[in-house]
Write a protein that binds this ligand. Structure first.
Ligand code: HEC
Length: 243
């Protein structure tokens, strides 16, 4: 073999070795630039969730059922009366008449023109759906024509829902309170808010799409916490399919 041939081969070997090194190092390079190595991220939201009231509890809690008070509900309903009538046979206004609404599918009151957001919502007005909806209507059914800020206090929602329950030909039974989860369950559920650290958990279903559309650095954080999330979801004792 002449010298030129040897140089070519040696060059090829070196080039290959260099290529292999680059290929081996490249992923590390990307990994490091993408993943913050501070586990504090995982811990932070858990603590916040445990301390705050963002932890979703099975619905309804006894406190909610106890707040189903028609006297209070009649007062709260004054906020609705500019748009709604809840009398048997009462007229539709800006909003539909609400007689018989508890337990009924959404958007079924005769003679009222609902938004398409409403007609395609697939909601049935269970106590839980009503509670979520009335908390922040425009968020729970995005695109709804119900231009109402919502009832922040759970007691107000429970009370007005009791008022609606009684506005029916044959009122539905009051709901049975569900026991609060045991300690370790609470811990598991406390992890749930990680899924959308920025967003309230009880609206997970809706926010799932939002979350994916968020900037990529948020996505990175989520990737990091994936193993725990998976665990949490599997072990979550209460089915909350609509969330
Ligand atoms: C500014 C007017 C307005 C106010 C105030 C308002 N609503 Fe509504 N509501 C509407 C409209 C409009 C709809 C129909 C929404 C659509 O088609 O998107 C609606 C729909 C509803 C529905 C679903 C009815 C169905 O047939 O599916 C319920 C339940 C309801 N409202 C309860 C309430 C309660 C309770 C309050 C007071 C706490 C309230 N609303 C306050 C306008 C209002």
């Amino acid at each position: 073999m002449d010298e030129l041939g040897f140089n070519k081969i040696a060059g090829a070997v070196l080039a290959t070795a260099l290529g292999v090194m680059i290929l081996r190092e490249a992923p590390h390079f990307f990994m490091h630039s993408n993943f913050p190595d501070t586990p504090a991220y995982t811990v932070g939201p858990m603590e916040v969730a445990a301390a705050g009231d963002a932890v979703p509890l099975p619905f309804p809690q006894a406190s909610w059922v106890n707040a189903m008070d028609n006297d209070r509900g009649t007062k709260v309903f004054k906020k609705c009366q500019s748009c709604h009538n809840a009398q048997n046979g009462g007229a539709n206004g800006t909003g539909p008449n609400l007689w018989n609404v508890v337990g009924s599918p959404a958007a079924k009151h005769p003679g009222f023109k609902y938004s398409s957001a409403f007609t395609s919502s697939g909601i049935t007005w269970t106590y839980e759906e009503l509670d979520h909806f009335l908390k922040k209507p425009t968020k729970y059914v995005s695109g709804t024509n119900m231009n109402f800020v919502g009832l922040k206090k759970a007691e107000d929602r429970a009370a007005v829902i009791e008022h609606l329950r009684l506005a029916a030909d044959s009122p539905e039974a009051r709901p049975e309170p569900v026991a609060a989860p045991e300690e370790d369950t609470t811990e598991e559920m406390a992890e749930a808010p990680e899924e959308g650290a920025e967003t309230p958990t009880e609206d997970q279903a809706e926010t799932t799409t939002d979350t994916t559309a968020e900037p990529s650095d948020t996505a990175t954080e989520e990737t990091e916490t994936t193993p725990e999330e998976t665990e949490t979801t599997e072990e979550e004792p209460t089915p909350e399919p609509e969330q």
